[in-house]
Design a binder for this molecule. Sequence first.
Ligand code: FAD
Length: 422
Amino acid sequence: MKEITAAEFNNDVLKAGKVVLDFYSTECPPCEALASKFEDLSKLYGNDIKFLKIYRQQNRDLADKLGVKSSPTLLFFDNGKEIGGRLSGGIKRSDIIQNLHLMLPDKRREEIKAKVKSSVSEYDVIILGAGPGGLTAGLYLCQSKINTVLVDIALPGGQVSTTHEVSNYPGFIEPQAGYMLSHNMSEQTKLCGTVYKVAVDITKVDLLNKEVVIDEYETIKAKKIVIATGTTPNTTGASGEKALKGKGISYCATCDAKYFDNKEVVVIGGGNSAVEESDFISRFASKVTIVHQFDKFTANKKAQEKIFANPKMNFIFNSEPRAFIKDGDKMVTEIENLITGERQKLISDGVFIFIGMKPNIDLFRDKLELDQWGYIISDENMKTSLSDIYAVGDVISKKYRQITTAVADGTIAAMAIAKELN
Ligand SMILES: Cc1cc2nc3c(=O)[nH]c(=O)nc-3n(C[C@H](O)[C@H](O)[C@H](O)COP(=O)(O)OP(=O)(O)OC[C@H]3O[C@@H](n4cnc5c(N)ncnc54)[C@H](O)[C@@H]3O)c2cc1C
């Protein structure tokens, strides 16, 4: 692996056959998450493909010329021609391999695959999920000198990292940007010494033997496992939703509201998330129409008062979406009135859906005791029905799901584990 500068780009990249180039920055957590994967893959593929790094801050003109807008960004070149899709953000090993394989014949791919050696590492505790619950458990365990690894399929932070503003996390007078709060939580836990394995594929979770396999080859064993995998947004089931996800339908106001400056938006839902996020979306959009299945919102009173006083808001109650259709640049949302059965079409520039969440338990669904909605049942020490397996945060059966309740669960699990292990 070699570090280059913009002056070397022509010779070392465009005239150098097969190349993968990493535009990285300092103080960049996703760049740190990528570094060990990049180094590891360079040892495996290094004879066939050149692995290069370039410091984006000091080579800004080249980055701009190539249209590189975030760090890290991986670019793949074959004989001077860029190939495959660019990768950025929380880059997974499997995504890099997919692009590397575009440059290699089948036989060579198989030869390299055969060289991959499986590895086994041992920790006291594996935490699955690096949201507030998992990060807090990681912090407390680390401060108790318990050897802990945090494993996440995405970058650390959990749902907070995509929440535009958090105004109810104690200790901050002013509302905090969600990404900053989650960044600070993550840095605090990492600085303590907890090992991070993030933006990985989880190949297997064996709760009975307390083993987790990531990226197909790396086995992690531990004495105890904490499940902190949180939840995923529910879908409406209306036709067209799946196909239009990310192409007109969004589940994240923080990520996408900014693209609706002076545009019209439809929001589906009526709980806290729907009402609060609609208010945020209205900072950008000229009109927000909230469609809710009941005759009144279930969001808290303060949020409702705010939204009813907002002149950009429109409300349609007792209605559910039946179909989402793309018509040129516009989104057509066909809704049905649940009382009259009448249907109408709402034309907008985009749709946001906030209709609750489902627990992320696919990898351990059959093994643990769950409540009727599929949330993991845990006791006052956050222990599940399996010995040495704990669960914390939004993934457990409980009444209130907030950052404060997730960090409280993480604290309890870590303290209970520390007591047992010590
Ligand atoms: C739009 C929105 C706004 C919100 N606003 C607020 C607010 O203002 N105040 C507040 O207190 N709460 C708010 N919440 C709720 C709050 O975000 C959650 O209660 C909190 O994030 C739960 O933390 P957690 O650690 O349990 O789960 P999460 O934050 O969901 O984190 C779970 C982590 O697990 C990872 N993961 C998933 N599956 C796997 C797997 N199989 N293996 C490994 N890792 C996995 C995910 O990538 C994620 O990083 C909001 C939620 C939403 C959706």
